[in-house]
Design a protein around this ligand. Structure first.
Ligand code: SF4
Length: 81
């Protein structure tokens, strides 16, 4: 089965363990550090329409975008958000 390149880990059943890690990491951020739910979803929507998203990871920096987007002070490596 071909893996969806433009998917987040939350949408991939075989990455459930990684998604649990994503959720725990986001939950550990303080309210000050955490991007708002609205900002988080805006960022992920940009990633989902970006050619650099590869099965939940960013080809530009190698990170899981759902973790990178979780911090308010974080940014896209090519300034898309
Ligand atoms: S972090 Fe930036 S470059 Fe990476 S997938 Fe998201 S929008 Fe694309």
């Amino acid at each position: 089965m071909e893996k969806c390149k433009l998917c987040l880990v939350r949408d991939m059943a075989d990455k459930a363990d990684i998604y649990e890690y994503v959720k725990k990491t986001r939950a550990m951020l303080s309210e000050k550090e955490k991007a708002s739910d609205e900002l988080y979803e805006e960022r992920l929507n940009v990633c989902m329409s970006c050619g650099s998203l590869l099965a939940g990871t960013c080809a530009k920096c190698g990170c899981y975008v759902e973790i990178r987007a979780a911090s308010a002070s974080s940014h896209c490596p090519v300034s898309k958000w």
